[in-house]
Design a protein around this ligand. Structure first.
Ligand SMILES: Cc1cc2nc3c(=O)[nH]c(=O)nc-3n(C[C@H](O)[C@H](O)[C@H](O)COP(=O)(O)O)c2cc1C
Length: 201
């Protein structure tokens, strides 16, 4: 079949995000100016540069109490900083719980029963025991076509690696089984890894 998004797909569910899989989940933590902590998963997330290391995530709709944005982007607009927590299979239910549409003054760490630690270089909480966490300074927010579509870019200025996820100096995915977003309500966990050498290696 072929469809033009502007004409509709005619299927029971929109297949779009099932076509771009698996997606890593950036579990974004922030602290607002009043000191209220926020945590939410974003699977329109990725790394976008090595030097300096940079990441992005995209927020695709707004909350009524946030003027066309979600809490994460709105807080980042205000403070300029955020942390990306890496999600392993073990934390899937807590991750999912933090996607609830809570009011701006509710703390998702408490809501999901998650322990938090402070970041090192920015005034932001991070998920204790996460496989890794990236402390970021926002560099750019870009409005995309459509209603309330915003991309947040950030430079990574600090990296936490959980020692339990290291094997001989390698950050070892098999130790925490990265959780990935598929389409619809589906997820995947990474259990098996293989290596391919580049033609030029
Ligand atoms: C696995 C997962 C991935 C998600 N990815 C996105 C995303 O990429 N963009 C988005 O706007 N919402 C995404 N959501 C929904 C947000 O997490 C949800 O709207 C959340 O309440 C936003 O929180 P905030 O207002 O505290 O930022 C995702 C939810 C889940 C469970």
């Amino acid at each position: 079949m072929f469809y033009r998004p502007e004409d509709g797909h005619g299927l029971p569910h929109n297949p779009f995000n099932a076509l771009i899989t698996p997606r890593p989940i950036g579990w974004i933590s922030t602290r607002d100016k009043q000191g209220c902590d926020n945590l939410a998963p974003y699977s329109f997330f990725n790394g976008v540069a090595y030097e300096p290391p940079q990441v992005m995530f995209a927020t695709t709709s707004g909350k009524p109490d946030r003027d066309g944005m979600k809490d994460s982007a709105s807080i980042i607009q205000e403070t300029g900083v955020f942390c990306v927590n890496v999600v392993g299979f073990e934390m899937r239910d807590a991750m999912n719980a933090t996607s609830a549409a809570l009011t701006a003054d509710e703390d998702e760490f408490l809501h999901a029963g998650l322990e938090k630690l402070d970041c090192t270089g920015i005034n932001v909480p991070r998920v204790a025991n996460a496989p890794a966490a990236l402390e970021c300074k926002m560099t750019k927010m870009v409005q995309l076509p459509g209603e309330a579509n915003t991309v947040v870019f950030g430079e990574v200025i600090g990296v936490h690696l959980n020692d339990d996820c290291m094997t001989d100096g390698i950050f070892d995915a098999t130790k925490y089984q990265p959780l990935a977003r598929m389409g619809y309500r589906d997820y995947a966990k990474v259990e098996e890894v293989f290596t391919l050498k580049r033609p030029d290696d």
